[in-house]
Design a binder for this molecule. Structure first.
Ligand code: ZN
Length: 270
């Protein structure tokens, strides 16, 4: 083969190789780990999963996460598994884009973007629950606002916004918050509140710790059940006055360790 022709051939092959390389998706770099989390936090996260099952807040679906204690840019959450089955070995680390640090073949929850985008939007939040808590569903679809009618749910007094995925996406979806844009929209609806309902789906609950977010999840479900019962009786419902709610929340906040200890012990006894 003449040298010139061979050179053209080689150049052509090289160009093809470059084009192929550019066309193939580059393997995304896994984010760096913030380091091994405190085992006590992992233990609490495992317990939180089981408590939420025991209390009827989650079933085979739903998830709970905690912000990584060593980095505000990382959070911890179980692999895609039913909450009742979660053990310490299932806990994975994610960055705020909800990319796993070290998946090792483990699957991720489709709706993990709820967690990443709320942690990004809310520096005060250190724990998040997403659930399909049954009693809250009617309040997400009727326009009847969820409001606190007893002292245990005083934290709802600032109002409970409702996220409508149809408005957020501008069309039809499978109802799941399955990407970062929907996660950001949900975080926007939540604003500074502790709870947002998700129309036709469930709720997201946030807090400064796992015990608080579990407490809020349990008593959001209970308040919704009681409020529906009170409304069904047909009389005029007296809700907590904002000042009553403020005082009640201040008192109850100091006692959350009590039910947490009980719930955790029961969850670990199984
Ligand atoms: Zn969901």
């Amino acid at each position: 083969m003449p040298a010139l022709l061979r050179r053209h051939l080689l150049l052509g092959l090289a160009a093809t190789a470059v084009a192929l390389h550019a066309a193939s998706p580059s393997k995304a770099q896994a984010p760096a780990s913030a380091g091994p989390p405190d085992p006590a936090l992992v233990e609490d996260l495992v317990a939180a999963n089981r408590i939420l099952v025991d209390q009827g807040v989650v079933d085979g679906y739903g998830h709970v996460s905690a912000r990584h204690p060593a980095s505000a840019e990382r959070y911890l959450m179980a692999r895609s598994i039913a909450p009742e089955l979660v053990t310490a070995a299932d806990i994975m680390e994610y960055d705020l884009d909800s990319v796993p640090v070290d998946a090792r073949g483990r699957g991720s929850y489709l709706e993990r973007f709820i967690h990443g985008e709320i942690y990004r939007a809310r520096p005060d939040v250190r724990a998040i629950v997403h659930n399909h808590s049954p009693s809250v569903i009617p309040f997400g679809v009727t326009g009847v606002p969820l409001r606190p009618l007893y002292h245990m749910s005083a934290f709802l007094a600032g109002g409970v916004p409702v996220f409508d995925i149809r408005q957020a996406s501008g069309g039809m979806t499978d109802m799941l918050v399955r990407d970062a844009a929907l996660g950001r929209a949900l975080a926007g609806t939540l604003g500074a509140a502790p709870v947002a309902l998700m129309r036709g789906h469930g709720a997201v609950v946030v807090g400064p710790s796992l015990p608080v977010v579990v407490f809020r999840s349990v008593y959001t479900e209970v308040n919704a059940r009681l409020q529906a019962q009170a409304l069904a009786l047909g009389g005029t419902v007296t809700y907590l006055d904002p000042e009553e709610a403020r005082r009640a929340e201040a008192s109850i906040t100091g006692t959350i360790g009590r039910p947490w200890e009980l719930w955790k012990r029961k969850a670990q006894g199984r």
